[in-house]
Design a protein around this ligand. Structure first.
Ligand code: NAD
Length: 260
């Protein structure tokens, strides 16, 4: 059912986005790969996916802080691939600091990349999805879309906003065969969290692996990081026909973090 459809996964050069790209490619889904990666390296990545999975691929390194670059990405991607059937808004950044000194430029970047970019990509994807009467939009939020933690004001605000956007667009598209969901992971083993682990290692004078364990267990009852592949397979399920009635949901995969 999904074979031959086209997915755009923002931030698919690393972590959760890259794992999701593999999960979708295995089903014969064509891919628009995207992320902050040099052109040559990105093209090589796209070619390796095309060869490994016999799918069509294209790579774009649009900076999601720049709305014109997002428009350019869509113009290029739709010209080469046709419409975007599956949109995974995954790219994100983090900065942890108390609100008192939180830098304005970090606030602006986190809101732009983690929230406003999804507004732009959804707006550009919907005409094609509506014309086809089918679409899947999956926004990678976080447990921090549901609850807060210390020193993450911008990230928590953006992720709560992303869940709000998910609900609003789900309502608007409910009669058009388009589902819109947010997923809310707990700790996932990706480069995004390395700064936080290094800070703990320094503060607590422990090795990286011990700091990682301490970070996970401070909030998450399940004492292990998720593999990015688990999130990719969750996203694949949301693309499936079995999930066609799931829309407007904020779905945790969080080792009981938000059960408390
Ligand atoms: P990552 O750092 O491994 O990957 C981030 C991706 O976003 C990269 O491909 C990067 O190039 C891209 N990106 C960053 N800034 C960009 C910009 N300005 N323009 C274009 N692309 C940009 O991170 P990850 O952990 O895989 O995170 C993916 C998503 O999952 C994020 O939205 C993050 O908030 C969310 N998330 C992660 C965790 C976790 O524990 N790792 C938990 C919950 C939610």
């Amino acid at each position: 059912m999904l074979q031959g459809k086209t997915a755009l996964i923002t931030g698919s050069t690393s972590g959760i986005g890259l794992a999701t790209a593999h999960a979708l490619a295995e089903q014969g889904i064509n891919l628009v790969l995207h992320g902050l990666m040099g052109e040559a390296e990105g093209i090589a990545l796209a070619e390796s996916f095309a060869t490994q999975y016999s799918i069509n691929t294209v790579f774009d390194n649009a900076n999601l802080m720049d709305s014109q670059a997002i428009i350019g990405l869509f113009d290029r991607a739709t010209k080469i691939m046709g419409s975007i059937d599956i949109l995974v808004n995954n790219a994100g950044i983090q900065h942890t600091e108390a609100i008192d000194t939180f830098p304005e430029n970090k606030w602006d970047a986190i809101i732009a990349i983690n929230l406003t970019a999804a507004f732009h990509t959804i707006q550009k994807s919907l005409p094609g999805m509506k014309a086809n009467g089918w679409g899947r939009i999956i926004n990678v939020a976080s447990v921090h879309g549901l609850v807060a933690s210390l020193n993450k004001s911008a990230y928590v605000s953006a992720k709560h906003g992303l869940i709000g956007l998910t609900k609003a667009v789900a309502l608007e598209c409910a009669e058009q065969g388009i589902t819109v969901n947010a997923i809310c992971p707990g700790w996932v083993d990706t480069p995004l969290i390395n700064n936080q682990i290094n800070e703990i290692a320094q503060q607590q004078q422990v090795e990286f692996d011990q700091a990682k364990y301490n970070l996970v267990t401070a909030k998450q009852p399940l004492p292990e990081m998720m593999d990015p592949r688990q999130i990719g397979e969750f996203i694949l399920f949301l693309c499936s026909d079995s999930a066609r009635s799931m829309t407007g949901s904020a779905l945790p995969m969080d080792g009981a973090w938000t059960a408390q």
